[in-house]
Design a protein around this ligand. Structure first.
Ligand SMILES: Nc1nc2c(ncn2[C@@H]2O[C@H](COP(=O)(O)OP(=O)(O)OP(=O)(O)O)[C@@H](O)[C@H]2O)c(=O)[nH]1
Ligand SMILES: [Zn+2]
Length: 201
């Protein structure tokens, strides 16, 4: 478990599943419906089960994900980019979905990461309550810490349902965030190469 998740679990003892289901019943009543009608009887159970999937990132261990690295890559030391990694997250302000894609690159320094692990890192951080900025920085930081590469580039583009379904009600707008470390931070040319590889088809 990473430091952030550990701190949270120590600070706030988790309610039981029954308490969580009761909280859903309260929200159903607050919305104006009747939790005892047939169609809603199993809803609290379903919602809590769905939450345990949607927020599985609190229990995930980022160190496990970062554990699978390889050295035997015939001296390959250029950019490794995994683009168009889809994710679903939830904003920490409204608990509404954030739907987007992450593009992640690093410049290896001897070691490379299992390719699927890059997408798994996105899952760990997306399946928590987030701001897009924090998620972008956390992904870059995790790869930096776990792999010590020459540089990391993370580009996240997402639509926030809290801006589409409610409030300002602007659907279709996209928020872009980037974090660059190491050579990507120091070199505008490396940043440009990353962006053109992300955008190029
Ligand atoms: N920077 C940032 N802001 C976010 C993110 N997700 C949601 N928000 C914003 O968080 C802000 C919360 O603003 P508040 O004024 O406290 O809440 P609100 O009254 O519900 O705001 P409105 O959405 O403008 O109706 C809003 O501007 C949201 O658009 C995110 O990932 N990053
Ligand atoms: Zn929001």
């Amino acid at each position: 478990m990473d430091a952030f998740a550990k701190k949270l679990s120590q600070e706030s003892a988790r309610p039981t599943r029954e308490e969580a289901e009761e909280a859903v019943r309260v929200l159903l009543r607050w919305a104006g419906d009747d939790p005892s009608r047939e169609g809603l009887l199993d809803t609290p159970k379903r919602v809590v089960k769905a939450y345990s999937e949607l927020f599985a990132g609190y229990d995930a261990d980022i160190d496990d994900v970062l554990g699978t690295t390889f050295e035997e890559v015939a001296g390959y030391d250029d950019i490794v980019l995994v683009r168009d990694i889809p994710f679903f997250s939830h904003c920490e302000h409204h608990m509404l979905p954030v739907i987007g894609k992450a593009h992640i690159a690093y410049l290896p320094s001897g070691r490379v990461l299992g390719l699927s692990k890059i997408a798994r890192i996105v899952e760990v951080f997306a399946r928590r309550l987030q701001t897009q900025e924090a998620m972008t920085a956390q992904i870059a930081d995790a790869i930096n810490q776990g792999l010590s590469p020459r540089g990391v580039a993370v580009f996240v583009e997402a639509e926030h349902m809290c801006m589409a379904m409610r409030g300002v009600q602007k659907s279709g707008s996209t928020t872009l965030t980037t974090t660059f470390t190491g050579s990507f931070k120091d070199s505008a040319a490396e940043q440009a190469r990353f962006m053109s590889m992300v955008r190029g088809r």
